[in-house]
Write a new protein. Structure first.
Length: 108
């Protein structure tokens, strides 16, 4: 090592010793790692609970939709059977027999 090299290294040490200490502002100071880990786990648990709740709600909604569709299909089949039965009953009446009046619409 040459003498000039030692001077430059010494100058750097001297400048570093007399420099003001580096301070981070409170906003940019990193949070302690354990707290960050705790918060991330807490958020992950919350996310998993919400996902599970939404999955259960979706399953209940799908089951309700399936029951409603099934009831609708049964009603449609029943209505078709009643129309067919009515047609058979009317065809069994003699042509000159008086036809019963159609019932009035039911109001709920």
């Amino acid at each position: 090592m040459r003498a000039g090299d030692r001077m430059r290294a010494g100058d750097r040490t001297l400048a570093r010793d007399h420099a003001p200490p580096h301070r981070e502002s409170p906003a940019s100071a990193p949070a302690p790692l354990p707290r960050i880990i705790f918060q991330s786990r807490k958020l992950l648990d919350q996310l998993n609970r919400q996902r599970l709740t939404l999955t259960h709600q979706l399953a209940r909604t799908q089951a309700s939709s399936d029951r409603l569709l099934s009831a609708r299909l049964r009603c449609a089949e029943s209505l078709l059977a009643m129309h067919a039965s009515l047609a058979v009953a009317r065809s069994a009446l003699p042509p000159d027999a008086p036809r019963p009046a159609a019932p009035a619409a039911v109001r709920w």
